[in-house]
Design a protein around this ligand. Structure first.
Ligand code: F6P
Length: 345
């Protein structure tokens, strides 16, 4: 078979191990692999490189993606010619299958290509946000949370030395998984998520209580998607998939200002941003991504299209792409309630 592969959306650690898992499996079954560069734009422009085993043998430890990525959306309204170019190139390169590694947006395109145009697609779930449905975890998340935790450990030293509150803003879009996990593992004094109504009175009362007990510093982990009334009424720029650029909302900065004003405790903020998307993948992500890549090769071999490899429990299974992109996997309120005792005590 002639198989096209691409990575789309934000990069994250684990993409290279997943590509490696897929390529090793598919090439040893006798298939030919065409790596399209920079996401769906590579497929629209016909920009590719042939991928063979030596190309992937040594990439399991590397962050980023050897194929490049981007947020090009062939289904963007008013850009019908882009979709046609993608369809034409799939025909021109005589591709028997297209494998897309991505999150909600990239896999949404893979799903629509399959569903509306009969293109034989297979998906592999990645995103540091961990917000993709039908899989327990996406690779990129564990690595991002590990880096965020390391940053919080460092910020704790400086917060402690200066008797300050430190607000740490992390990415994660409209799901608070990164903030929740980094906050728990970093021993945060409060965690704010997009899923949970923000109560500044409650947060500030808790920070004052912590201080009154004798702890001279506090860490607040804030998800970039936290809903802050003052920040949320301004119109903002959207990306190609119609998402707001959430980092521009300055959630960490706004929260820090408000906390300092209300508690009179000196407060600083740090925005971890893209730092947590770089570096070597964690062990968990290397193993998960490799297994998901191998499963994707099996799906192609068996011509099980319109599917995505996924983690359920400890098993790698096939799920419908439709199910994966139907809704965002956000943090359940019961989970937040379960762990709230770790900071709101
Ligand atoms: O979806 C991954 C993510 O890192 C989000 O957490 C974040 O909001 C967004 O991508 C940032 O996108 P970009 O890399 O385009 O700035």
């Amino acid at each position: 078979m002639r198989i096209g592969i691409l990575t789309g959306g934000g990069d994250c650690p684990g993409l290279n191990p997943a590509i490696r898992g897929f390529v090793l499996s598919a090439v040893s079954r006798g298939h030919e692999i065409f790596g399209f560069l920079n996401g769906w734009s590579g497929m629209a422009e016909g920009v590719y490189r042939k991928i063979t085993i030596p190309d992937v043998e040594d990439i399991v430890i590397h962050g980023g993606t050897m194929l490049g990525t981007g947020r090009f959306n062939p289904f963007k309204k008013g850009k019908e010619a882009d979709l046609q170019r993608v369809l034409d190139n799939i025909k021109r390169f005589e591709l028997d299958a297209v494998v897309a590694l991505g999150g909600e947006d990239t896999l949404g395109v893979a799903h629509r290509l399959f569903d509306e145009h009969g293109i034989p697609t297979v998906g592999v779930p990645k995103t540091m946000d961990n917000d993709l449905a039908a899989t327990d975890f996406t690779f990129g998340f564990d690595s991002a949370v590990s880096v965020a935790t390391d940053c919080i450990d460092r910020l704790r030293d400086t917060a402690k030395s200066h008797n300050r509150v430190m607000v740490v803003e992390v990415m994660g879009r409209h799901a608070g998984w990164v903030a929740l996990y980094a906050g728990i593992s970093g021993g945060a004094d409060w965690i704010t998520l997009p899923e949970v109504d923000l109560d500044l009175d409650e947060i500030c009362a808790h920070l004052l209580k912590v201080r009154a007990r004798g702890k001279n510093f506090s860490i607040v982990v804030a998800s970039e998607g936290t809903v802050l009334p003052k920040v949320d009424d301004a119109p903002r720029e959207l990306d190609n998939f119609g998402h707001e650029i959430l980092g521009e909302r300055r959630v960490g900065e706004t929260l820090a200002r408000e906390i300092e004003h209300r508690t009179q405790i000196e407060t600083r903020f740090a925005v971890l941003g893209h730092v947590v998307r770089g570096g070597a993948p964690s062990v968990f992500d290397r193993v998960l991504a490799s297994r998901l890549g191998v499963k994707a090769a099996e799906l192609v071999e068996n011509r099980e299209f319109g599917k995505m490899s996924a983690l359920q429990g400890n098993r790698i299974v096939a799920v419908d792409l439709k199910e994966a992109v139907a809704s965002l996997k956000t943090v359940p309120l019961e989970l937040y309630a379960e762990v709230k005792g770790l900071f709101a005590y």
